[in-house]
Design a protein around this ligand. Structure first.
Ligand SMILES: Cc1cc2nc3c(=O)[nH]c(=O)nc-3n(C[C@H](O)[C@H](O)[C@H](O)COP(=O)(O)OP(=O)(O)OC[C@H]3O[C@@H](n4cnc5c(N)ncnc54)[C@H](O)[C@@H]3O)c2cc1C
Length: 424
């Protein structure tokens, strides 16, 4: 045997899985196709700037992140709890008044929605925060816009706040996602900080990787096929283990299991170097105008100076979808940026554009909390996005929980349940 357990994929799910196996006294082997761990949580260093591969954040409330990550070592830099929303020709601040009660008067007069809408936020908050996660995912499911309408929210607050803010999380411009997925994300924003590690999102993966025994990691090797007692690599070599855990992205896992592909959503992320930031403060800026290509914008260097060399600022602009012509899109993005921030935007230099067509699986309906870990054959398991909703929390939680189940199964020495569970 080359290992007790082969873990296919070294993203957050695979790393969490391998670490739990290691703690259980087993010998995991993570086989990762790329030359680095972390999967979709990645940061590139370019000309002294830290560029996260697509805008993403860590929500400090995530229970699995609190359990598995050392937040202090990540040196987390929180966003303002709320956002700056572009409405008409001005920016308006929206605040989470439970976390910034002093902003109540400003919130009550903000044009983001009616007074009734703001009162309805109370009802939404109460609903999204009630019960545990199992209860949240067991609630009747409907499209998020239908839930918002049912709660009485106006079209104004949906287009000026809910769509730009939450649609950006799912890369679904119309927020066409399950109400359960929406409430999970609402809860995460309400109960903790939204933050970036001071030296980039990849620090999350590096922190986990450092805890893994070096011999437990095989980089730059792609698993091409699953076999009864292990895997076959793209170079033809076979590796054997007592159990195998698939921890790849949903579509690779589906392909390896001979299943139908999963629909995904994409995003495009531009990074610009600017002589100075267009605004001060750790804000996420949202496009509430309903026009133009930009969904959101931020200056990571406003949160942490490590994101840009001294004397410069990093601007990150996010657009829905990944099938645009990047040059034409950049022209349209720059036009909108000039409209928002003035002619000096012409001096911003494009550092990179990340086009991520398969950023996340769609979460329209049938979104449920993973129950028991998903077994798909004799000592073959799946964690990550084919087994759980897409998010840092669920990647970590499903990796960790699956490892516990694998360990228990290997230790019991009993033959596994002959009726494999179906992956969600
Ligand atoms: C732009 C963007 C923004 C996001 N924003 C957020 C956010 O703000 N908050 C949040 O919670 N989540 C966010 N997410 C989602 C979150 O990043 C993912 O759900 C999570 O990182 C998935 O982890 P994973 O380990 O399941 O999968 P992955 O990160 O996809 O890891 C799978 C790994 O498997 C490897 N692999 C694939 N095929 C093979 C093979 N055949 N052999 C060997 N290795 C293989 C891949 O190289 C990869 O390293 C975002 C994602 C993106 C792309």
């Amino acid at each position: 045997m080359d290992a007790d357990v082969i873990v296919v994929g070294g993203g957050l799910a695979g790393l969490a899985c391998a670490l739990r196996l290691q703690r259980e006294g087993l010998r995991p082997l993570v086989i990762e196709a790329a030359d680095r761990t972390g999967g979709r949580v990645a940061t590139d260093l370019r000309d002294g700037f830290l560029l996260d591969r697509g805008f993403q954040v860590l929500q400090t409330w995530y229970p699995a992140a609190r359990k598995l990550l050392d937040y202090e070592a990540l040196d987390l830099r929180p966003f303002y709890p709320g956002a700056l929303v572009r409405i008409g020709d001005a920016f308006h601040r929206v605040s989470d008044i439970w976390r910034r009660p002093a902003q109540l008067p400003e919130m009550l007069t903000s044009p983001v929605g009616s007074l009734g809408d703001k009162l309805r936020l109370l009802a939404l908050r109460r609903r999204a925060l009630s019960g545990d996660l199992a209860a949240l995912y067991a609630r009747a499911e409907q499209p998020a816009p239908a839930l918002l309408r049912q709660l009485g929210f106006s079209e104004r607050i949906q287009s000026r706040f809910f769509r730009p803010f939450f649609a950006g999380v799912f890369f679904e411009p119309e927020l066409n996602v399950s109400s359960r997925a929406f409430e999970f994300v609402f809860r995460a924003f309400a109960l903790g900080d939204t933050a970036l590690p001071a030296r980039g999102m990849e620090q999350i993966a590096l922190q986990l990787t450092e805890r893994l025994a070096p011999q437990s990691l095989l980089l730059g090797q792609r698993v091409e096929r699953l076999e009864a007692d292990g895997v076959r690599l793209a170079d033809g070599n076979r590796l054997r283990a007592r159990a195998t855990v698939l921890a790849t992205d949903a579509n690779t896992a589906a392909n390896l299991l001979g299943r139908e592909p999963v629909a995904t959503r994409g995003t495009t992320c531009f990074y610009f170097a600017a002589p100075e930031a267009p605004f001060t403060g750790p804000y996420l800026v949202l496009n509430g105008t309903g026009a133009g290509p930009i969904n959101s914008l931020l200056c990571p260097s406003n949160l942490s100076p490590h994101y840009a060399p001294a004397g410069q600022a990093l601007v990150c602009v996010n657009v829905f979808g990944a099938n645009h012509n990047p040059d034409a899109l950049e022209t349209a993005v720059r036009r909108q940026l000039r409209d928002w921030y003035g002619e000096h935007v012409a001096g911003w230099q494009r550092l990179a554009v990340y086009r991520l067509p398969a950023a996340l699986p769609v979460q329209h309906t049938g979104v449920s909390a993973p129950g028991a870990p998903v077994r798909v054959g004799e000592q073959r398991w799946v964690c990550g996005e084919l087994a759980a909703p897409p998010s840092i929390h669920w990647a970590l939680a499903s990796g960790d929980d699956t490892a516990t189940a694998v360990s228990r199964s290997l230790r019991s020495g009993r033959s596994p349940d002959p009726r494999p569970r179906t992956a969600a």
